[in-house]
Design a protein around this ligand. Structure first.
Ligand code: SF4
Length: 451
């Protein structure tokens, strides 16, 4: 009963639905470096595990089937015993049928039969989740379980902390799952036959990134052509006019956020972006830049102290510069709602926002942007001596994960690690605002030349 290399699992089956070549590599090269999850993926797995555990408490009184997937026989036996013993709910109920192994998040006994519940740390039903539930229902039925209803249990964006009674929504996807059932045996047979043969030929295409980014992109896709150096940016004569709003006394502002799947602070919903750090370079009365920064510490609500520090940092600013200001505006609106005592000054900051993103997008082009106008893409081209490459935290998702670690797992860190994570986050956020300062200088120089 131990899994053979050619047995499918629920995950393998869904990888195979996306691409047979991807599945072939996963099975035949399980030690491939591309399959070692990076920090971002590990953080997403951890969130998924946590949401799965919490979901069980909303369907209480069940028997948990534990053990690793390699202990399939023991898990199947424990599931059979739990069902035979009349357990009203089984968590991680495990079945093997037709060379496919599947563990069901929650199997709930009802009057009509069993409800199969797949838990997702998402706020929506997505097609790929339905396919995921479909293979489980197929395996469970083949193993003799009378599954009569299939549900996706996902987080409810309408839930508001501290009332977590409606944290989850249970969406009935029975009809959609039933519609997929007839195709499953042929797909399983196709995947098993493919795995028994040589690596299949699969052309690259949109399936390489949908519904998930394939880890083998670098093997299949040709490398991006190098952009020859020495190409000057193409600047429209309208750039000078577009920079007019940037001549007031300025502050350069950047937020970093955390995004708890399960809300932990008052008024928050699942996956709300909650500001937990900012960097602000403000032009002082004498014209010199003054750097302000703030980073949350510990699991308490960071918003009141952050809002206070932010209002102080922006005092005297006539314009507040951001890059893709919709994000900063969203953060300021969130803060204004969370800290009503400072709503006025926070809304005043929002009203002063001026955005560099559309200025670059509409008036400057360069092949080195590679079609992206994100700050990370344009900065190395327009401000050649600035880059994020040397930093320990180099992009937004990494910052979000590291702040979450600092806030919620900081107690388990050594003092040295704690200090290193804080330093890395402060350096990253500070570089974002300094990058805007330098970018504006560069745009002014380009406008001078173009005019
Ligand atoms: S990169 Fe595309 S073609 Fe290559 S294995 Fe991944 S999904 Fe398949």
């Amino acid at each position: 009963m131990s899994p053979t290399p050619l047995r499918l699992s629920k995950s393998r089956f869904t990888y195979g639905l996306q691409c047979h070549k991807h599945l072939w590599w996963r099975v035949h090269e399980p030690a491939a470096p591309e399959l070692v999850p990076g920090p971002a993926l590990r953080a997403r797995f951890a969130v998924g595990t946590r949401v799965g555990e919490v979901a069980r408490s909303y369907v209480p009184g069940g028997v948990l089937i534990s053990g690793s997937p390699s202990q399939a026989a023991a898990r199947v036996a424990a599931t059979t015993a739990a069902l035979a013993g009349g357990a009203p709910v089984v968590y991680e109920a495990t079945f093997v049928a037709g060379d496919v192994y599947a563990a069901v998040d929650i199997l709930e006994r009802t009057r009509e039969g069993y409800a199969l519940v797949e838990v997702k740390s998402s706020t929506h039903v997505r097609d790929q989740y339905v396919a995921d539930a479909a293979i489980q229902a197929w395996v469970a039925r083949r193993a003799g379980v009378a599954v009569h209803r299939i549900e996706l249990m996902h987080l409810n964006r309408g839930c508001t902390y501290p009332d977590l009674s409606d944290l989850f929504t249970r969406a009935d996807v029975t009809e959609r799952v039933e519609a997929l059932q007839p195709q499953i045996p042929a797909e399983i047979a196709g995947q098993l036959a493919m795995l028994a043969g040589p690596i299949p030929e699969v052309a690259i295409g949109p399936h390489c990134t949908k519904p998930y980014d394939c880890p083998f992109l670098a093997r299949c896709w040709p490398p991006e052509p190098a952009i020859p150096g020495g190409i000057e940016p193409d600047v429209r004569s309208t750039l000078h006019g577009a920079l007019a709003p940037f001549h007031a006394r300025l502050a350069f502002l950047d937020f970093e956020t955390v995004q708890p799947a399960i809300p932990v602070w008052s008024g928050c919903h699942p996956f709300d972006l909650v500001p937990a750090q900012f960097s602000c370079d403000a032009v002082g009365p004498g014209g010199a830049l003054v750097h302000h920064e703030w980073l949350a510490e510990g699991p308490g609500d960071p918003r009141p102290a952050l809002a206070e520090a932010l209002v102080r940092a922006c005092e005297g600013a006539e314009g507040v510069v951001a890059y893709w200001a919709a994000f900063e505006r969203g953060c300021l609106n969130h803060l204004a709602a969370a800290v009503p005592a400072l709503a006025g000054p926070l809304q005043a900051i929002a009203a002063k926002l001026v955005d560099l993103h559309p200025v670059v997008k509409r008036h400057v082009s360069h092949p080195g942007f590679r079609g992206s106008f994100s700050l990370k893409s344009i900065l190395p081209v327009l401000v050649e001596d600035m880059s994020y490459e040397h930093l320990a935290v180099r992009e937004g998702e990494m910052a979000t994960n590291e702040i979450a670690r600092l806030l919620f797992e900081g107690d388990g860190m050594s003092a040295a690690e704690h200090a290193a994570v804080r330093r890395a986050l402060l350096e990253y956020c500070a570089l974002d605002t300094l990058a805007m300062v330098r970018l504006l200088e560069r745009l002014r120089a380009l406008a001078g030349r173009a005019g």
